[in-house]
Design a protein around this ligand. Structure first.
Ligand code: BEZ
Length: 211
């Protein structure tokens, strides 16, 4: 099955470094980030997992739960977590799925055999509280991901859900946002009391709500 944006994130049961989980139940009402690593004891992943450990308070502020996945058994994950904590000077603090049989990796299309027959590529799925897939990215094994960017996209999506706004190129917290075209000027008057600038009828900029 090929997952697409808007699909329901497949549910699964798995062993993790924090015990057995049933994915949807574990997510509860939170947003979720599921991200895969090619293999335990690999250098790029070690830096990524450490950085995500440091970002956990930021994810928690946004009601986002984070879970990693690697196609190695739980016995191996334990030793790797110790290495990550030692070298990256942080607690990992979130579960890592032990997916030795690649059940979850296959369910989410994390195996790209033409790239590597045995190990997962680096995928990230952002899942909203309705369990819908809202973002998918796929990186090669040798490029570490930018988790600040993932945080930025979560901020953008949460603004969209709450205020009917979109975010322009290279948007960052505090910058002006775009009123989505489906909101008429009439409705915008009540939704955006700070007003807006109309550059074109389809391009209306307003100060970021709730700033
Ligand atoms: C890594 O995750 O660090 C990695 C994986 C495969 C090849 C090179 C690096």
């Amino acid at each position: 099955m090929t997952l697409r944006l808007g699909d329901t994130a497949p549910d699964f049961e798995a062993d993790t470094t924090q015990g057995k989980i049933s994915f949807h139940q574990w997510l509860g009402d939170s947003w979720g980030i599921l991200f895969s690593h090619p293999k335990d004891f690999t250098p790029v992943c070690t830096t990524e997992l450490g950085y995500v450990g440091k970002l956990l308070p930021e994810f928690a502020k946004r009601n986002v739960k984070v879970i990693g996945l690697s196609v190695d058994p739980i016995t191996s994950h334990g030793g790797w977590v110790k290495d990550i904590e030692e070298t990256q000077h942080t607690k990992v603090g979130f579960p890592i799925i032990a997916d030795a049989d690649r059940k979850v990796a296959n369910l989410y299309g994390m195996m790209h055999p033409a790239h590597d027959e045995v190990y997962t590529v680096r995928t990230v799925f952002v899942i909203d509280p309705k369990k819908k897939v809202r973002l998918m990215i796929t990186y090669p094994q040798t490029t570490g991901r930018n988790f600040d960017e993932i945080l930025r996209v979560v901020d953008s999506m949460q603004l969209t859900d709450k205020f009917s706004v979109a975010t322009p190129v290279n948007w960052k917290q505090g910058d002006d946002v775009i009123i989505v075209p489906s909101v008429t000027d009439e409705v915008a008057k009540t939704k955006f009391p700070k007003g807006w600038k109309t550059l074109k009828p389809y391009l209306r900029l307003t100060p970021q709500p709730n700033k």
